[in-house]
Design a protein. Structure first.
Length: 255
């Protein structure tokens, strides 16, 4: 395990699945091979697994220059959010302590790095379509594993995740219902989720969506969509044009 870092951990390999056929994956040192369709997935720098089926994504300026993303995020938050971005992130993850956690649309790994520093116990995974972003994330984290994959086709088995977190990513998705269905599929029965998204409920929100070419929904549409899938919402917090939705797969999930 010393040479391969976290990727040799049998607990992680055991919860992955092939994004094409859904079968188990076999560890072959430098690749993972599907036991069903035989497809192979590269392992990069012992920390990133390339499981993206359709080699496309939200390609833009920040994918070409990923190290600019963090300072831009702080600047953008001052214009469109509320309070400091650091305080928001701290509140977003403050009670997450242990289990299997996935950060969907993890970008450059800011939340994952904070979770590691606060001593989160268990498996931490980040997922994003951008390889440049994931390379930056892998450099500033120690034990997290990163999956290059789409948020609407997550290569994890059913009911394997305790904590699903996602900040400023879901509003990018074209089919948000498909994203939320995937979230429900991979969450354990007592699993919880927290999602921060931009809304189109204000003039600033509409301007934001036009500038970044994303398609956010209004607050009530997000809430109604999540509830229509049988998921529980515990609370909603507002930060400028953004909202954080906290909930669980079932009513008795962690709040």
């Amino acid at each position: 395990m010393a040479d391969r870092d976290m990727l040799s951990h049998t607990e992680i390999i055991a919860i992955l699945r092939c994004p094409i056929c859904g079968s188990d994956l076999e560890d072959l040192d430098d690749v993972l091979r599907c036991n069903g369709c035989g497809n192979k997935y590269r392992i990069i720098n012992n920390k990133i697994i390339d499981l993206l089926v359709n080699k496309h994504g939200w390609v833009g300026f920040f994918e070409r220059f990923p190290k600019i993303y963090d300072p831009w995020s702080r600047f953008g938050w001052r214009l469109t959010g509320q309070g400091s971005l650091k305080d928001f992130y701290s509140e977003f993850i403050e009670d997450l302590e242990e289990g299997v956690l996935i950060d969907v649309g993890c970008g450059t790994g800011t939340l994952i790095s904070m979770l590691e520093r606060k001593g989160f116990k268990g498996i931490i995974m980040g997922i994003d379509v951008s390889m440049p972003m994931l390379r930056v994330a892998s450099e500033k984290t120690k034990r997290a594993v990163f999956l290059r994959a789409s948020m609407d086709n997550i290569p994890l088995k059913d009911s394997t995740v305790d904590h699903y977190i996602s900040s400023f990513a879901v509003h990018i998705a074209e089919d948000k219902e498909k994203v939320f269905r995937e979230m429900k599929r991979i969450l354990k029965d007592i699993g919880n989720f927290r999602i921060a998204v931009a809304t189109a409920s204000s003039i600033r929100g509409k301007i934001f969506s036009l500038l970044l070419r994303v398609k956010p929904l209004d607050e009530n549409t997000y809430i109604n969509l999540i509830r229509s899938l049988g998921l529980e919402i515990h609370r909603v917090e507002k930060y400028g044009i953004f909202i954080s939705i906290y909930g669980a797969k079932h009513r008795d999930g962690i709040r």
